[in-house]
Design a protein around this ligand. Structure first.
Ligand code: FMN
Length: 336
């Protein structure tokens, strides 16, 4: 796998963990769906792979599954790197939900420090202690935000970089246009900036960079991969769906998010007449009913029209990478 992306100049301001990727992209963490097999495939394919720490749920009294997963991911990527020194795997990232209902946060942070996790993705709360913990083991933190105010707060609290979650993203999407969000953040922030929301092609990754972001942050397309922990019907709904099938609602988690219309109908609800819920109903605790809701109500962003097959994650990255290089060449040709 060659890495023709000549990024020496473009990358020089980025922390080392974000440099040297095959294409400037991160595969984002997906609740329930991102498991070690998917993360390993993403990293081997040359993009940063990630998973939410909360996906690793052990039974009562069992050894922390997060510890086991991190050992597995590191061993597998080390083996790959020894066998493929010219095309090493991209680093992996762990997502921490920094919300008061996440009773595991402290324990999960300790495990991540022990494993020296290189990239920490934090959501739903910016906290100095989490950033300090990541820095204590040489890691960097990327905090996801939906507006400029939260972006400023995240950097004040010590995050190294930002993930701008714009309109059309899967999961807890923001309401703002990516153009507005990136431009407002770039007015004052020149550190690592990732952009998310409907990025599903290499052309869109390049567009994110043209807009001023450093990397694209891609979620929903990875649901339709062989390694994803999702039922076949969900994967097929991603393949068959398009932007018109995405419904925005706060009902399922207490925060506005994007979901596949057919899954809401299958759960016996009318997607066009959903009641709203407020953020006090968010719960990421062990006893939460929400994982069940997430299993039955399928999250997805508006970019899924670009997904036309369930395939191995490596093949999806190959497709996005070749589109990216073609788009770079096309625009370079126009400029020249
Ligand atoms: C089903 C699903 C689950 C998600 N779970 C998480 C999560 O646990 N933590 C998180 O930070 N983001 C989560 N996200 C958001 C994604 O990481 C990312 O921001 C988003 O998918 C990007 O938009 P896209 O899906 O249009 O590519 C989730 C998104 C989806 C679709």
């Amino acid at each position: 796998m060659s890495r023709p992306w000549n990024a020496t100049h473009a990358e020089s301001h980025l922390p080392k963990a974000l440099q040297g990727l095959r294409i400037p992209a991160v595969a984002s963490p997906l609740f329930i769906i991102s498991v070690p097999a998917l993360v390993i495939a993403q990293c081997k394919a040359g993009v940063i792979g990630s998973f939410p720490a909360l996906n690793a749920r052990e039974g009562e009294g069992e050894h922390p599954l997060l510890d086991t997963w991190l050992t597995q991911i590191k061993e597998e990527l080390d083996r790959h790197n020894q066998a493929n020194p010219d095309t090493p795997a991209a680093p992996y990232a762990v997502n921490q939900i920094v919300h008061r209902s996440n009773g595991r946060l402290e324990r999960d942070i300790e495990i991540c420090v022990k494993h020296e996790v290189p990239v920490w993705i934090t959501s739903l709360g910016a906290r100095v202690e989490v950033n300090d913990a990541a820095h204590s083991c040489g890691g960097i933190t990327l905090h996801d935000i939906i507006n400029n105010k939260f972006a400023k707060k995240a950097i004040e609290k010590g995050a190294d970089g930002l993930i701008a979650v714009a309109a059309g993203a899967g999961g807890h999407a923001g309401p703002q246009s990516p153009f507005a969000l990136v431009q407002e953040i770039r007015n004052w922030f020149d550190g690592p900036l990732l952009l998310s929301g409907s990025i599903a092609t290499g052309d869109a990754v390049l567009a994110a960079r043209a807009m001023g972001a450093d990397l694209g942050y891609i979620g929903s397309p990875f649901i339709a991969t062989e390694e994803a922990n999702a039922v076949q019907g969900y994967k097929e709904a991603i393949v068959g769906g398009s932007a018109a099938d995405i419904v925005t609602s706060s009902l399922f988690t207490g925060v506005s998010g994007n979901y596949l219309r057919p899954s809401i109908e299958a759960a016996g609800m009318d997607p066009d007449n959903l009641p709203s819920a407020d953020s006090t109903s968010m719960n990421f605790g062990e006893g939460s009913a929400k994982p069940k809701a997430w299993k039955e109500i399928w999250g997805a962003g508006q970019g899924i029209g670009a997904v036309d097959a369930v395939q191995p994650a490596g093949k999806l990255v190959d497709r996005i990478a070749s589109e990216y290089h073609a788009a770079v060449a096309r625009l370079a040709g126009e400029a020249g």
